[in-house]
Write a protein that binds this ligand. Structure first.
Ligand SMILES: Nc1ncnc2c1ncn2[C@@H]1O[C@H](COP(=O)(O)OP(=O)(O)OP(=O)(O)O)[C@@H](O)[C@H]1O
Length: 254
């Protein structure tokens, strides 16, 4: 993918299957977000060569109406700051109903889809009566995932979905994504620079540096036997608390 005469991301192959989580990791500016957004044809002014498919839709040649149908109803974006993405003047239930109405789902069917989706992300249905500023960051992120589920998304494209949240809330959001992957066969493309978090959810990992894929493979293999020097650097940079690696403070001295 080029923007102007600059090569922004070169990704030879990246598949995400149903029931699988693939994480893209790498330093800031390595091309993770543009790769994720390109999946839905959302990189303004980008020239993309090759092929991008969501199910049976070829994103690069799809008619605008087909692109609109896959955005939201087949593949949904979950961004870093859900509260910023939610209209502050509407209750969450209204937001959900409007999104469903845009995709042709109304009345009782819309209500039952909303209730079911909210329950699937372990939120109290009463949350639908609240405004975005009345919910926590973690609740807003789970609501964003519920919105994707209500619309019937098969793929969640999550861009640093937990980096604005504190550690325990991060773990809750990742646990919800993991459960949806395992129980509903949701496909998850997860962009993050947080390797420790990625190791708790990813089945496969793609490591990017300066727009290029330097390593990809099964998460356990990449984390335990990284083949690329840059991946080794990233892993070595993950902070560990004393005792986390089985080592206790002062243990090395005895
Ligand atoms: N619309 C654009 N026009 C020009 N350059 C862009 C555009 N969008 C992204 N870039 C450039 O492409 C490169 C990759 O950006 P990208 O946001 O994908 O990186 P990233 O790995 O997601 O970084 P971060 O973790 O900071 O979000 C960066 O150098 C960025 O400046």
């Amino acid at each position: 993918m080029r923007i102007g005469d600059r090569l922004i991301a070169s990704v030879p192959e990246l598949d995400v299957a149903a029931g699988e989580c693939v994480a893209i990791v790498g330093e800031s500016g390595s091309g993770k977000t543009t790769t994720l957004l390109a999946t839905l044809g959302l990189v303004e002014g980008a020239a993309v060569s090759g092929e991008i498919r969501v199910g049976d839709v070829d994103v690069l040649t799809a008619a605008p109406a087909d692109l609109l149908r896959i955005r939201g109803s087949r593949a949904a974006l979950v961004m870093q700051s859900p509260q910023a993405a939610l209209n502050p003047t509407m209750r969450l239930g209204t937001l959900m109903r409007r999104a469903l109405a845009r995709h042709g789902v109304k009345g009782g069917e819309a209500r039952s889809r909303a209730d079911e989706a909210v329950a699937a992300v372990l939120l109290d249905p009463a949350i639908l009566r609240r405004y975005p500023h009345q919910v926590s960051g973690g609740q807003a992120q789970r609501f964003a995932i519920a919105l994707a589920l209500a619309l019937g998304a098969e793929v969640i494209l999550a861009d640093e979905p937990t980096s604005a949240l504190d550690v325990t809330v991060q773990a809750e959001v990742v646990a919800v994504l993991r459960r949806l992957r395992d129980e509903r066969g949701l496909a998850v493309l997860f962009v993050s620079h947080d390797l420790a978090l990625v190791s708790t959810i990813a089945d496969r990992v793609v490591v990017m540096k300066e727009g290029a894929v330097v390593e990809c493979g099964r998460a356990d293999a990449v984390f335990t036997r990284p083949s690329d020097a840059y991946t080794r650097e990233l892993i070595a940079a993950v902070p560990r608390l004393p005792g986390h690696s089985g080592e206790r403070p002062g243990e090395e001295e005895t």
